[in-house]
Design a protein around this ligand. Structure first.
Ligand code: SF4
Ligand code: SF4
Length: 528
């Protein structure tokens, strides 16, 4: 079995909150003995773990330390960006929206600071998705579920909701005690305050989302005066409900039962990826400080774990990391902080729980030095793909032009013979002017000598070439007739190219080049 499958099986076996053996090898051996692996038939279903277990309340305890600080910073930065970004302004000149990040559905545009994406350029979205996927794979290959533990919206909002819960209902012990007591005015007031604050955050989360789809200050004013479109209120309501339900009530259930990423990442990982690991080589056998001292006096072994359960109490998903890999563990590192605090108090070295690998735990058990392999085939591959896709996207964005043309040949009829014997083909040209000023394009055609081109509805010419006017930031379709004076061989299909050149130069878009640029599109001229 490959290492990824080992870990995936171990996680599935342990999910959620089930005690498990300590090493991946032991897990694999145990898994191999189970009917699931050994091919147990349908006559043994009672041995299989249930697909769903009822949720038990988790009361995560307050904790402080390095990873908690990192999580606070990430939470503030990500939520700050999400809530405030719609209000950031960006001057694109007249006739263009002044919002830095805007998804403009009516005009079919996406604005991201100096970048403007048209519907025809949605391949950039594909590139962005590839970048996001590779970044996720790279994070996973380096340090497991970094995304889940620090950056996933479900984790970030749940973290915020749990902080509010601790603030209103008290820390773990106090909250547990209060939940066992009958409802009093104090308990109702605390719970009411908590749900009110949750709903306010959820409402503002939904509110911030719709601000990405219209001018934010205007929409805020319209929302406040009930003049905003109905769809805005509907989406705010939907997102208020989902945020409140997912972060307030469902929490770790989303990670264990709804999100596919834990399963995918377990299959993608390998034995060298760092994961939050209980170093059982150092921690076992568990014994209290007193008992450990007594055992040592008798010459018996005692590990550093004093079985205080602090690592379990701070866990936002209620996992005991000492049980080994677990689908419910989002790898947030809070158990590391909790255990470090305990170790500091009892005067033992920190990092009994740490970002480490099972290989290293085993190597230390055998008296060997741990090995860390951040640079390996898969991390290099992911990094190279990220670099290549990023460079290609940056290059194409930096060098793209504000003029574009595409062509479509009339299918019926394919050609028309005129009374003077000449042949005519008709085409539809779609010309795009992405700049913020009107432009006049000179249309030309190559590939068919001695042919006339006419644009229906246009009577201006530069020499014999038709002129086509397009407004700022607009697309226009024109019908073009190409008439061949020379005889065309029967069954001929002659390749031709239409080109447009802006008659006036100059560009004020701050992102597109037009000077001297010729946009072209090819098709065919058909004979009888
Ligand atoms: S916090 Fe550390 S010492 Fe306490 S139970 Fe967890 S691993 Fe053992
Ligand atoms: S076991 Fe540790 S790393 Fe995993 S979710 Fe719980 S606190 Fe976070």
């Amino acid at each position: 079995m490959c290492p990824g499958c080992d870990i995936a099986m171990a996680m599935l076996e342990n999910a959620p909150n089930q005690p498990a053996p300590h090493s991946l090898t032991a897990l694999a051996e145990e898994a191999a003995r189970t009917p699931l692996i050994a091919g147990g038939g349908p006559d043994e279903p009672e041995d299989e773990p249930p697909l769903y277990t009822a949720r038990r309340n988790v009361y995560p305890q307050r904790v402080s330390g390095t990873y908690r600080r990192v999580k606070w910073i990430v939470l503030c930065v990500t939520l700050g960006i999400y809530y405030l970004l719609p209000f950031v302004r960006w001057d694109r000149g007249p006739n263009a929206p002044g919002q830095a990040v805007l998804i403009d559905f009516p005009n079919r545009r996406f604005y991201f600071f100096f970048i403007e994406i048209w519907p025809q350029e949605f391949y950039y979205l594909t590139g962005l998705l590839i970048l996001a996927a590779m970044a996720l794979f790279l994070m996973n290959a380096v340090a497991g579920r970094l995304w889940c533990g620090y950056l996933c919206p479900q984790t970030v909002w749940t973290d915020l909701f749990q902080a509010i819960e601790r603030w209103t209902e008290g820390d773990r012990r106090e909250h547990l005690q209060r939940d066992r007591q009958p409802w009093t005015i104090d308990r109702i007031a605390r719970a009411g305050t908590k749900h009110f604050l949750w709903l306010m955050i959820a409402w503002w989360t939904g509110g911030a989302w719709v601000l990405y789809f219209a001018d934010a200050p205007t929409l805020v004013k319209d929302l406040a005066t009930f003049q905003a479109p109905l769809v805005a209120y509907v989406f705010i309501g939907l997102l208020t409900f989902t945020t409140y339900a997912l972060a307030g009530w469902m929490r770790e259930q989303v990670c264990v039962y709804m999100c596919p990423w834990p399963r995918i990442q377990a299959a993608l990982t390998d034995e060298y990826a760092l994961n939050v690991t209980y170093r059982y080589d150092r921690g076992e056998p568990r014994a209290s400080v007193k008992r450990a001292a007594a055992l040592h006096e008798q010459g018996l072994p005692a590990g550093d774990c004093i079985d205080c359960l602090q690592c379990v109490h701070v866990c936002p998903t209620g996992v005991d990391i000492r049980g080994g890999p677990n689908l419910g563990c989002i790898q947030c590192g809070l158990c590391i902080d909790a255990c470090d605090t305990v170790m500091q108090k009892i005067g033992r070295p920190a990092r009994l729980i740490a970002y480490d690998t099972d290989i290293n735990v085993k190597r230390r058990q055998q008296g060997e030095k741990p090995i860390y392999r951040i640079v390996r085939a898969r991390t290099v591959l992911y990094a190279v793909i990220i670099a290549v896709v990023g460079i290609v996207m940056a290059y194409t964005l930096a060098t793209r032009h504000s003029d574009a043309v595409s062509v479509l040949h009339d299918r019926n009829p394919l050609y028309v013979r005129l009374s003077d014997g000449s042949l005519r083909n008709a085409y539809t040209l779609r010309i795009i002017n992405k700049s913020l000023e009107p432009k006049t394009y000179v249309l030309s055609m190559t590939g068919l000598p001695d042919a006339d081109i006419d644009v229906i509805g246009s009577s201006s010419f530069a020499g014999s070439n038709p002129l086509i006017q397009i407004g700022p930031d607009q697309t226009r379709e024109v019908r073009v007739l190409v008439t061949a004076r020379d005889p065309i061989a029967p069954g001929a299909s002659i390749p031709i190219v239409f080109s447009i050149v802006p008659k006036t130069d100059g560009d004020k878009t701050g992102g597109h080049k037009t000077d001297g640029y010729t946009a072209s599109a090819g098709d065919h001229f058909f004979g009888p």
